[in-house]
Design a protein around this ligand. Structure first.
Ligand SMILES: [Zn+2]
Length: 302
């Protein structure tokens, strides 16, 4: 991790594979927005905050993916008074990381899926917040909350001053290019979040992965994200030709990728995203599912 980059007075972030946000008040109280995937990021956040003479008093997590709350455990051990805030529903995963590989696998996940990429160390959650539009007063700082569903069940984007910490509601162009298909839990929600974000009143938008984007550069980045989501739906729709099981659809989609999944974790992440697009097509009336002699087969409608 690098040093704290200040985007505006009281608003900064630590660049890394996962960006960690830091906001602070004039009286020196600092709040971290996400803490990266492990103790190393937690340590970098704490060092960066202390180097500025600030006191870390709270962490606000945007969602429950392991790479966004993995530093919580370290910070809670170092700072016993630290208060953790997490969105409703997501908070259950911070407290019980097992729920993440369990939900991806659909049963008790094999040990190979109980790894640090899918499960961080558990974190206490002291405050559960609603992701409906509103404000959050944390350690004397007022953060604005925007619902950012889609990527995960109840993701929040958080605004402070002129900076929006957008979490994984959009990805930087180089990250999109690498992953090709953005991870999603709910396709319509993901699209709606990307469309609403255009109107959020900020000068800077910091994604969880990738460089911060200035307001005047935001429209093409959001459009590229929307395009990637639509392309993912198209890939899944094409993979239904002639009828296919969910695993066959996943296989056909994976076969088209420049970097298909190379381990069980990335396979189940892709499979969950395919399931989200299948549900989306079903709800649009563009796909049907039918049991044929005990096999659930998906087909394009009409
Ligand atoms: Zn995420």
């Amino acid at each position: 991790m690098g040093d704290l980059v200040e985007l505006a007075p009281g608003c900064g972030y630590l660049p890394g594979a996962v960006n960690a946000g830091v906001v602070w008040s004039e009286n020196g109280a600092a709040v971290a927005v996400d803490t990266g995937g492990d103790r190393d990021v937690g340590r970098s956040v704490l060092r960066a905050v202390q180097a500025r003479g600030l006191v870390l008093t709270a962490v606000v997590n945007t969602h429950s993916h392991a790479d966004h709350y993995g530093g919580n455990d370290y910070l809670l051990r170092q700072l016993p008074g630290l208060e953790v805030w997490a969105p409703e529903l997501e908070e259950a995963v911070l407290r019980n990381p097992y729920l993440e590989p369990f939900s991806l696998y659909g049963a008790r996940p094999p040990e190979a899926l109980q790894n640090k990429w899918l499960m961080a160390k558990p974190s206490a959650v002291h405050h559960v917040y609603s992701t409906a539009d509103g404000q959050l007063e944390v350690a004397g700082l007022v953060l604005r909350v925007h619902p950012a569903d889609g990527h995960s069940a109840r993701q929040a984007a958080l605004g402070f001053g002129p900076v929006c910490y957008a979490a994984d509601s959009f990805f930087g162009p180089e990250v999109l290019d690498k992953y090709e298909i953005p991870f999603t839990h709910h396709v319509a929600g993901q699209q709606e979040t990307l469309e609403r974000m255009r109107n959020w009143p900020y000068e800077w938008f910091v994604p969880g992965h990738g460089a911060p984007v200035r307001r005047h550069e935001l429209a093409p980045v959001l459009e590229a994200n929307l395009r990637a989501v639509r392309q993912a739906t198209d890939r899944v729709r094409r993979a239904l030709a002639g009828g296919a099981t969910a695993d066959e659809v996943t296989h056909r989609v994976a076969a088209e990728l420049r970097s298909p999944p190379a381990n069980p974790s990335t396979y189940f992440l892709l499979r969950a995203t395919v399931m989200a697009h299948l549900a989306h097509l079903l709800e649009l009336g563009e796909a049907t599912w039918e049991l044929e002699r005990g096999t659930l087969r998906w087909r394009p409608s009409g």
